[in-house]
Design a protein around this ligand. Structure first.
Ligand code: ADP
Length: 165
């Protein structure tokens, strides 16, 4: 029984994230999408909003669930009895940080190993930051985020800026 965690900020979840979720869910028995509740960072969406968007997107994937966590990923892995951490790799620029994190996590908890999935070509440029930047300037984000998230991002931009979109 292999349980994995796919951790991230998912602020907001993009088509690149969803692609990793779907592919990872086919290779493990259970996948927990772990949404980091990082008190040091002011997120665009609240932790509850991020979890609820993910829940809507994964409702058709029976072995996937979304949960928030704070603190160390290895502690969350211990609590949930997960042994695999899934991360997506987009470009060489992701590599250095990801390698360092994977090695640190393995050192902190030798039962946890990180597995990397290469991003699908069509999403390799995509990040949550790009989505927010484009949305702030009224750009079209339909190619970047899943359908139910489009509306939520637009509403949030309006809420934050008072802009009419
Ligand atoms: P974090 O702040 O932990 O990097 P993110 O939500 O930005 O959280 O990303 C979570 C994970 O998803 C990371 O492993 C990241 O590399 C991966 N990821 C983000 N965007 C993409 C994408 N377009 N394709 C594949 N993986 C991605």
């Amino acid at each position: 029984m292999i349980r994995a965690i796919y951790p991230g900020s998912f602020d907001p979840v993009t088509l690149g994230h969803l692609d990793i979720i779907k592919r990872a869910s086919q290779t493990v028995d259970e996948l927990i999408v772990g949404v980091l509740n990082n008190s040091g960072k002011t997120p665009f969406f609240t932790i509850d909003e991020r979890v609820s968007m993910l829940e809507e997107l994964i409702k058709e994937l029976p072995n996937v669930k979304a949960m928030s966590f704070s603190g160390l990923l290895v502690d969350f892995a211990r609590e949930t009895k997960a042994t695999i951490v899934v991360r997506g790799l987009r470009a060489i620029s992701d590599f250095e940080y990801e390698l360092q994190m994977a090695q640190t996590n393995h050192k902190l908890n030798p039962q946890v190993d990180t597995m990397f999935l290469a991003t699908s070509l069509e999403y390799s440029y995509l990040s949550s930051t790009i989505v927010k930047e484009v949305a702030f300037f009224n750009g079209d984000i339909r190619e970047f985020v899943p359908e139910p998230v489009i509306k939520r991002v637009r509403e949030k931009v309006r809420e934050k800026t008072g802009q009419v979109m």
